[in-house]
Design a binder for this molecule. Structure first.
Ligand code: URA
Length: 194
């Protein structure tokens, strides 16, 4: 797996499949444990991520790390984090449908190699692309969706929580549901089982 993973990462880092390659500083492939049972998927790198080459490293990322820690999850040990698009959309605009589609094969290959048991979508864009196009994130976050052997769930995007702190308790409920799901299914990320 390691060899294939390295090949995939190198190929992705040389990608020129859409116009986002022209303005990027770094391709943000992903971070964490490629053997994890849990994947978190956001929408696309922001400014800090583009400069550092790592997903969720800004204020939103710090909030995400705190919410993870509160349910005993660590980004480097228990999960793998990536995005729908691997290059920053200028001015942090939403990634366009054709940019998302151009990038999807990288994510498909990541999911194939990691074989997660559960995918958590961070925000509306990832939830609409991966769970269902008419996903209403404000109503349907925290619900589990079964797709083949995969369980999927969406939670609110950390940047949305920074803009609207009153949504934090609702989002934290999603993390508690995730914790319960991991414990009930004896998955890695379970204390004493990693
Ligand atoms: N927002 C995202 O969706 N992904 C990142 O990596 C950073 C901010």
């Amino acid at each position: 797996m390691i060899e294939q993973w390295n090949e995939l990462e190198n190929a992705c880092k040389n990608c020129h499949k859409c116009g986002l390659c022209e303005t990027r500083h770094h391709v943000v492939f992903g971070v964490g444990n490629p053997q994890a049972d849990i994947m978190f998927i956001g929408e696309g790198p922001g400014e800090n991520e583009d400069l550092q080459g790592e997903p969720f490293v800004g204020r939103g990322g710090q909030l995400l790390d705190k919410m993870l820690a509160a349910v005993d999850l660590d980004r480097n040990r228990d999960i793998y984090i990536t995005n729908i698009v691997k290059c920053r959309p200028p001015q942090n605009r939403d990634p366009r449908p054709e940019e998302q589609e151009a990038c999807m094969n990288w994510l498909r290959s990541q999911v194939t190699l990691i074989r997660p048991k559960i995918i958590v979508c961070l925000g509306r864009i990832a939830a609409m692309k991966l769970i269902k196009p008419d996903m209403k994130i404000t109503k349907e976050h925290g619900q589990f969706f079964k797709k083949g052997n995969l369980i999927m769930m969406a939670t609110l995007h950390p940047a949305a929580l920074l803009r609207n702190p009153s949504a934090k308790p609702g989002a934290f409920e999603d993390f508690l549901k995730l914790r319960k799901f991991l414990d009930e299914n004896y998955l890695a990320g379970t204390p004493g089982n990693s």
